[in-house]
Design a protein around this ligand. Structure first.
Ligand code: CP
Length: 320
């Protein structure tokens, strides 16, 4: 396993967002993930790539998929793994994120994987420590490994082995305003050549996204026949500071992905969701569990993508 290919060399010591990566960086990371995918299907699911290194999961917000995926990814690379959360650590006694991270680093840590409610938390951490930092979701900013595993899944399902997504149109539907997944997906999809339509009620769709090159749309039924991939997003009720729509029933009526509504989409249109899913709100159970759904494939692919991420940031020579 290597962090170079011809003239290209991976140089990012941190993974803070897809906005900061080039298309070449993203493709190289995804190609590295392809090479690691089969480790998880072997009888002994381990390679020695990060033997002797230490990865710390510092999760200050709840997580099921990302946290367990990073733990497994680090184990499969033979790294030592330490799991820390806000409750149960000295953060509950008032210790700052910076002090927590610097104390953990003092034990000889190589990578800190951080999830935090504050947008920009991972960047602040990267400035405070000298080990690598991987952003596992910071507030409404980015969730880069979710974006990467979504790109990986789209490329795999559409046969784009070179990770060139030109000609594909992807709708991202739901609570765009509060979604770090939407932001990472937008940067990644546009860099790899896809077109992006953002679909949401006007109160959950910041107009600034059109400046990035996304189409904005308030009518899901109008967008559905035009897309190859539908990425559904959870309404983040915990981050809503004011009422964004009259009622959940009206939200479901306008933006819920139902079997009836799926009849408007072309056959073979992929249905994605980063999880956690609110069944019956943004997506009907029959659609979430249906033939076109990639929800569990996304989780499976996340493992290889996070193995590639940990390997590359740990072996990078650059300073950013
Ligand atoms: N997709 C995602 O980030 O899920 P978790 O919050 O469970 O990690």
């Amino acid at each position: 396993m290597d962090n170079r290919d011809g003239d290209y060399r991976w140089e990012h010591r941190h993974l803070l967002g897809l906005e900061m990566l080039s298309a070449e960086d993203i493709r190289f990371l995804l190609q590295t993930a392809v090479g690691l995918e089969d480790v998880s299907t072997r009888s002994i699911k381990k390679v020695p790539a990060l033997r002797g290194r230490v990865v710390v999961n510092l999760f200050m917000e709840d997580s099921t998929r990302t946290r367990s995926s990073f733990s497994l990814a680090a184990s499969r690379l033979s790294a030592d793994v330490l799991d820390l959360s806000g409750s149960g650590s000295s953060v509950s006694k008032g210790e700052t994120l910076r002090d927590t991270a610097r104390n953990i680093e003092a034990m000889g840590v190589d990578v800190i994987v951080c999830r935090h409610a504050l947008s920009g938390a991972a960047m602040q951490l990267a400035d405070a420590v000298s080990c690598s930092v991987v952003n596992a979701g910071d507030g409404q900013h980015e969730h880069p490994t979710q974006g990467l595993l979504d790109l990986y899944t789209i490329a795999q399902r559409t046969g784009r082995e070179d990770f060139d997504l030109s000609g594909l149109t992807v709708a991202i539907v739901g609570d765009i305003q509060h979604s770090r997944v939407a932001r990472s997906n937008i940067h990644g999809l546009l860099k790899l050549g896809a077109s992006v339509i953002l679909v949401a009620p006007p109160t959950l769709l910041p107009r600034g996204f059109s400046d990035l090159g996304c189409e904005l749309c308030f009518d899901l039924d109008e967008a559905l026949p035009r897309v190859d991939v539908i990425c559904m997003l959870r309404v983040q009720f915990e981050r809503l500071t004011r009422q964004a729509f009259p009622s959940v029933r009206e939200y479901v009526s306008g933006y819920g992905l139902t079997e009836r509504r799926m009849a408007l989409a072309r056959p073979g249109t992929l249905v994605m969701h980063p999880g956690p899913v609110n069944r019956g709100i943004e997506i009907e159970a029959a659609v979430a569990d249906g033939q076109q759904s990639t929800i569990l494939e996304q989780v499976t692919n996340g493992l290889a993508v996070r193995m590639a991420t940990l390997f590359l940031v740990s072996t990078a020579s650059g300073t950013s």
